[in-house]
Design a protein around this ligand. Structure first.
Ligand SMILES: [Zn+2]
Ligand SMILES: [Zn+2]
Length: 68
């Protein structure tokens, strides 16, 4: 796969929001989630992180309720 912005460069990562191939220069990391430099993708990555934490808490509370 090639970088979405640079067709002569190999992609090192894929934006987890829009799925575009990204070279090192085009890659951004938001809370361990790889995204492109698009602000929309960066915002979504932040939300994804938040939802993941909420989900983990919900699962944790669910396990506690089952065990009790
Ligand atoms: Zn993106
Ligand atoms: Zn690039």
């Amino acid at each position: 796969m090639k970088c979405f912005n640079h067709h002569d460069r190999d992609a090192f990562g894929i934006c987890s929001v829009c799925g575009k191939g990204l070279c090192l220069e085009c890659m951004e990391k938001v809370n361990d989630i790889i995204t492109c430099k698009n602000p929309i993708c960066k915002n979504k990555a932040k939300q994804m992180r938040l939802w993941r934490i909420i989900l983990i808490i919900l699962i944790f509370v669910g396990i506690l309720l089952i065990l009790d």
